[in-house]
Design a binder for this molecule. Structure first.
Ligand code: CA
Length: 225
């Protein structure tokens, strides 16, 4: 069983490496995010143990970019107590489990074994409405064979619509699902972004997938318009 450990604290990395080797794992170590990403992408590991705060590229970026690149090795993220991010972010970016530092080594080993039993995470399914498709794993959106580049917010909005085909979604519901509630954005921002999406996924193709339901909100036609 091959493990890639990406950890910039050299002493901790060495302690964990020795421990995992004693448990029968074959262990490679990378000390920064760039090297970790490169190795995880080029070689076939069974589990990736990934520290969050790393030089070069942080653990979140490594995890997100690996998933975007189609690498589905299970990832155990190591988080520091006063980290800049919290664990739910790690799950959003494709991590499979997290362990907060400082941790007991036997707990780490148990988590690694659990991930090995679980195997590679399921690749999220491509969402579609007719010929309008969105692939969460590669973040690609297409109308038929034509790829449509979207901004992160447009992507998140379309993703939400595709999870609720044919449902009428109010501006408020979309706002809560797609925007950060702490920012308290103006509800009209939804209208603006629906407009952006229409100009990208509908208008150039002579289609009308995103319908306005007057007085209620918006609906994505399940047949793609
Ligand atoms: Ca670190």
């Amino acid at each position: 069983m091959r493990v890639l450990l990406v950890e910039d604290e050299v002493r901790l990395a060495e302690t964990v490496r020795r421990g995992l080797v004693a448990e029968g794992f074959s262990v490679d170590v990378a000390h920064d995010g760039l090297e970790g990403f490169r190795r995880a992408r080029e070689q076939d590991y069974d589990v990736l143990v990934l520290d969050l705060m790393l030089p070069g590229r942080n653990g979140y970026e490594v995890c997100r970019d690996l998933r975007s690149a189609g690498v589905w090795t299970p990832v155990l993220v190591l988080t520091a107590k006063d980290g800049e991010y919290d664990e739910t972010d790690a799950f959003d970016l494709g991590a499979d489990d997290f362990l907060r530092k400082p941790f007991a080594f036997r707990v780490l080993v148990a988590r690694v074994h659990a991930l090995l039993r679980r195997g590679a995470p399921a690749r999220p399914a491509v969402l579609s409405a007719g010929d309008l498709t969105l692939d969460p794993s590669t973040r690609r959106v297409a109308r038929g064979d034509v790829e449509v580049p979207l901004t992160a917010r447009e992507f998140a909005l379309l993703h939400h619509f595709l999870h609720h085909p044919d449902e009428v979604l109010s501006k408020q519901a979309l706002l809560e699902a797609v925007w950060d509630p702490l920012v308290q954005p103006d509800p009209n921002v939804v209208e603006v972004y629906v407009g952006y999406l229409r100009r990208k996924v509908d208008a150039p193709f002579g289609r009308q997938a995103l319908r306005t339901v007057r007085g209620h909100g918006y609906r994505l036609a399940a047949d793609g318009g």
